[in-house]
Design a protein around this ligand. Structure first.
Ligand code: AGP
Length: 598
């Protein structure tokens, strides 16, 4: 998604380019930079990767001490140079992250005033409006304030204005923005990850606070307030994150999971979870998007099974539009790796407006969702760079598992022995995961065969239906193979019509109380000549004849940790299939790591 960075520093182009580099992981299709020097704004923009921008800058260099930069993820208008940011009008250059919902009306008005537009973006109305008000002799601050009062939607803006002194302005509404005062300069960015080592102190502006940055100071300068900026320490990792010996970040993050889970099992943050009075709760609602939503689906099963709590789950983009009923003593939990997902943030704001108690489960402490919720827990996955979420999923599940144990303990729904067993199962988790990862070459062989198909159907039963859904999502997002997932029992209610020799079916088949039912579903698949692939317990092979490349063996393990373990072969399948098809694993087309627009 779009990323913004701005700097007021000597040779500001350097920190801006470095910041854009740190934002690359979010996904983008074009980039650009504006610099203000000697009373002139100069801009360079390119389509494609940041290297193109660096190449252009080496041929057409620009320099100065006040700069803004942008990586664009196209929403309004194609991914090309004209639509790339910054957008300039007269003395004003702007970078924007978010969506200006009423841009068509504003553009209409500006056209009537005689303005000409170059791009098809929603963002271009912003420099035009600011420039329009500057021409009416308003001060820079007044012109920006007057402009943003007319904008509807969500935005974080970086604004350069050529005037008496070199000023960089930053303002936001609904979208993430961070300001930082360093030793060598002052910075603004859409993501604290973009800030480099010179960013010890940071400030998260509130909506509509206008921040003015120049070489003397960083100041809040809304006409109606004289508040001071209170900085906090930057907890974000400013170290360069490398792939180590791995070919992609996704591969590194998959193999990192063993150590992360070892750490989570030693460090039992139980004191955090015991802050929740589960006995007082009538209901838990868990809200999220994508992979985080599938973590919520698994969590629902655990809370219901082990703690007998009513749990509802919802997709964040739907929640606030369906008049949800929030009951007394309901806890609404928001799960988000990035902590910045616009749909999840909006759902959280909705729940708060209805006076619900809210809890955030995030990977990024201090993210917008963590700050907005009544309280928040971290999942301790460390920075996740690959667009496809892997280690964050396992850590979300691990934290939910621990919360479910705490809930079971408080509500005394299961006996002590069972409770202890759940904790022991968790301690085994990293070692069983290690065994699965050691079998990664078996999955390479399966991926070699499966990646030759254009469509794949995933089946699971019970809690593993969510893992089948997560597996299908993972595969389609990075390999671009069309994949759908169903609860196996649903096959006969429709999807079975798709089955023939060109529609492979991948079944998660552990040994558990649903194995017999699943075997019947598998018979239905085989009877229709659909190629069958199984990730499951070795005993399954007594019943079904499968080639080596059609079977991935899951080690035997306790039922409670099956969802966390069986996600691993799914991640490997997606990774290897994408690699075999020559896809960009870490930055798949059209996707963004942090989805900050609705
Ligand atoms: C996961 O592989 C996806 N890239 C995506 O579904 C992601 O999980 C979703 O956008 C939610 O993101 P969040 O956890 O940062 O809120």
């Amino acid at each position: 998604m779009c990323g913004i960075i701005g700097a007021v520093a000597e040779s500001a182009i350097k920190p801006v380019l470095a910041g854009l580099g740190r934002l690359e992981y979010r996904g983008y299709d074009s980039s650009g930079i504006s610099i203000l020097s000697n009373n002139e704004i100069q801009t360079r923009k390119v389509q494609g990767k940041l290297n193109n921008l660096k190449n252009m800058l080496s041929v057409q260099p620009i320099d100065g001490d006040c700069a803004i930069g942008h990586t664009r993820w196209a929403t309004h208008g194609k991914a090309n140079v004209i639509n790339a940011h910054p957008h300039q009008c007269g003395q004003v250059s702007v970078v924007h992250n978010g969506i200006i919902e009423n841009y068509l009306q504003l553009k209409q008005q500006l056209l009537q005033w005689g303005h000409h537009f170059k791009s098809s973006t929603d963002s271009e109305v912003v420099p035009h409006l600011i420039n329009h008000y500057l021409a009416q002799q308003m001060s820079q601050e007044e012109a920006i304030e007057k402009t943003i009062n007319q904008l509807k939607g969500s935005y974080a803006l970086g604004v350069l204005i050529n005037g008496d002194s070199n000023n960089l302005y930053a303002i936001k509404q609904g979208s993430p923005l961070v300001i930082s005062q360093g030793n060598d300069g002052a910075y603004m960015a859409s993501d604290a990850m973009a800030l480099g080592a010179d960013s010890g102190k940071i400030y998260y502006p509130k909506d509509n606070e206008l921040i003015k940055i120049n070489s003397h100071e960083i100041k809040l300068c809304n006409s109606s307030t004289n508040k001071k900026i209170h900085y906090i320490n930057n907890k974000h990792c400013t170290k360069v994150i490398s792939k180590g010996e791995h070919s992609t970040f996704m591969e590194k993050e998959i193999f990192e999971q063993v150590d992360l889970l070892k750490r989570l099992s030693v460090n039992n943050h139980a004191s955090d979870y015991s802050k929740i009075n589960f006995n007082a709760l009538n209901k838990i609602t868990i809200i999220a998007c994508g992979t985080s939503y599938y973590a919520a689906s698994v969590a629902k099963c655990w809370f219901e099974k082990y703690a007998n709590i009513l749990v509802e789950i919802d997709i964040a983009s739907e929640y606030r539009y369906r008049s949800p009923i929030i009951i007394n003593n309901e806890l609404v939990v928001f799960v988000s790796q990035s902590g910045e997902t616009a749909d999840t943030l909006a759902a959280l704001q909705y729940a708060k407006s209805k006076k619900a108690q809210t809890l955030a489960l995030v990977n990024v402490a201090n993210s917008s969702i963590a700050r907005e919720a009544n309280f928040s827990f971290e999942i301790y996955a460390g920075p996740e760079i690959g667009v496809a979420s892997t280690k964050a999923f396992s850590c979300q599940l691990a934290i939910f598992y621990k919360m479910a144990i705490e809930a079971a303990k408080q509500r005394a729904f299961i006996d002590k022995a069972e409770l202890n067993q759940l904790a022991l199962n968790f301690a085994q988790l990293p070692y069983i995961m290690e065994k699965v990862l050691q079998r990664c070459t078996d999955m390479k062989v399966m991926a070699e065969k499966l990646s030759t198909y254009s469509n794949i159907l995933f089946l699971g039963r019970g809690v593993l239906t969510a893992i089948a859904q997560e597996g299908a999502l993972k595969l389609k997002e990075i390999s671009y193979i069309h994949a759908e997932a169903y609860a196996a029992g649903e096959l006969k209610h429709g999807p079975i019509a798709l089955l023939d020799e060109n529609m492979p079916v991948l079944v998660i088949a552990p040994k558990n109380e649903l194995t017999d039912k699943l075997l019947s579903n598998i018979q239905e698949v085989q009877a229709r000549n659909a190629p069958l692939f199984v990730i499951g317990d070795s005993s399954i092979r007594e019943y079904i004849n499968l080639q080596e490349n059609e079977f991935f063996e899951l080690p035997s393990m306790p039922e409670s940790i099956l969802p966390i373990i069986s996600a691993i072969p799914m991640q490997l399948l997606a990774l290897y299939s994408a690699q075999m098809l020559g896809r960009n694993v870490d930055q798949p087309r059209n996707l963004a790591k942090s989805v900050t627009v609705e």
